[in-house]
Design a protein around this ligand. Structure first.
Ligand SMILES: Nc1nc(=O)c2c([nH]1)NC[C@@H]1CN(c3ccc(C(=O)N[C@@H](CCC(=O)O)C(=O)O)cc3)CN21
Ligand SMILES: CC(C)C(=O)C(=O)O
Ligand SMILES: [Mg+2]
Length: 268
């Protein structure tokens, strides 16, 4: 781990430069100040304030209850906790339904948090939304494949791009977002061979999650990476630590210390 005290924040030009020189882009979610600071000190390229905070932080079944106010509150904390990483904030469910609505949502996020970019879920239909934001000078990351905000329409969290028709649609969606000016695109839970093909076809970086190794970068939910959760993570997450156990052990030690030795049973 390397601590970088005086470094400027990465820009989307730096992210593109990483791709140009063949260095993969490392992205993780963060929802709070201290986590953002730790990941930033570790040298993460991009911090995503994901609407997965609905599941991970707020305890909802889906990301749908997350509001723009929730995202703004947490994105501000992540922005303040970091100094090097590019900070991207998800536009949550219902706040990017059309270009003008998305524009107002994105403006609120950028003005009230200081973060550098927003991410929007959606296939080719959402490319005009990307275009409208880009036209206004906003850095946009697109997100295709498994789009959790559509979970009720999709009927679950499964792998995408298995059929030829679906693969064609995903390629078209990726190209449409690139054409619209997206600076990068998340490929979530897509067939690895298809994610590799999309990554070859595009000039912008692809950031994969559960989509195989051949993307320009990777993203994971931080809790899934460090094993900080109370239910099992998605199968594509390979935890590199077991922080939940460390927390349980420390808390058990604390409880034991507070309570002291167990009282002797009364003498009869
Ligand atoms: N902690 C966490 N990690 C995530 O990656 C994540 C969230 N939360 N919340 C928002 C979405 C939801 N995601 C999910 C959620 C569940 C699966 C999952 O359970 N998939 C099954 C396969 C299910 C199927 O094929 O029908 C798996 O075994 O991975 C995958 C992605 C990804 N995102
Ligand atoms: C998993 C990533 C891509 C995301 O959108 C989120 O965490 O909300
Ligand atoms: Mg998200």
């Amino acid at each position: 781990m390397s601590f970088r005290p005086e470094t400027r924040r990465l820009t989307i030009r730096d992210i593109h430069a990483l791709r140009e020189r063949g260095e993969n882009i490392a992205m993780l979610t963060a929802y709070d100040h201290v986590t953002a600071g730790l990941l930033d000190q570790s040298g993460i390229d991009i911090l995503l304030v994901g609407d997965s905070l609905g599941n991970v932080v707020l305890g909802h079944e889906t990301t749908l209850p997350v509001t723009l106010a929730d995202m703004i509150r947490h994105a501000g904390a992540v922005q303040r906790g970091s100094s090097r990483a590019l900070v991207v904030c998800d536009l949550p469910f219902g706040t990017a339904t059309d270009p003008e609505t998305a524009l107002h949502s994105a403006i609120a996020v950028l003005q009230e948090t200081g973060c550098q970019a927003v991410k929007i879920e959606g296939g080719a239909w959402a490319a005009p939304i990307t275009a409208r934001l880009v036209q206004q000078g906003i850095a946009v990351m697109a997100h295709i494949g498994l789009t959790p905000q559509a979970v009720h329409q999709l009927g679950g969290y499964y792998r995408h791009g298995k059929s030829d028709a679906e693969a064609r649609q995903l390629i078209e969606a990726a190209q449409a977002h690139q054409e619209a000016g997206a600076f990068a695109i998340v490929l979530e839970f897509i067939v690895p061979e298809l994610a590799a093909e999309i990554s070859r076809l595009l000039d912008i970086p692809t950031i994969g999650i559960g989509s195989g190794p051949d993307c320009t970068g990777q993203v994971l939910v931080i809790n899934d990476l460090i094993g900080l959760g109370i239910c099992p993570p998605p199968s594509f997450a390979k935890p590199k630590a077991d922080v939940a156990s460390i927390v349980r052990e420390a808390v058990a030690a604390y409880i034991a210390e507070v309570k002291g030795p167990a009282e002797e049973p009364p003498l009869v």
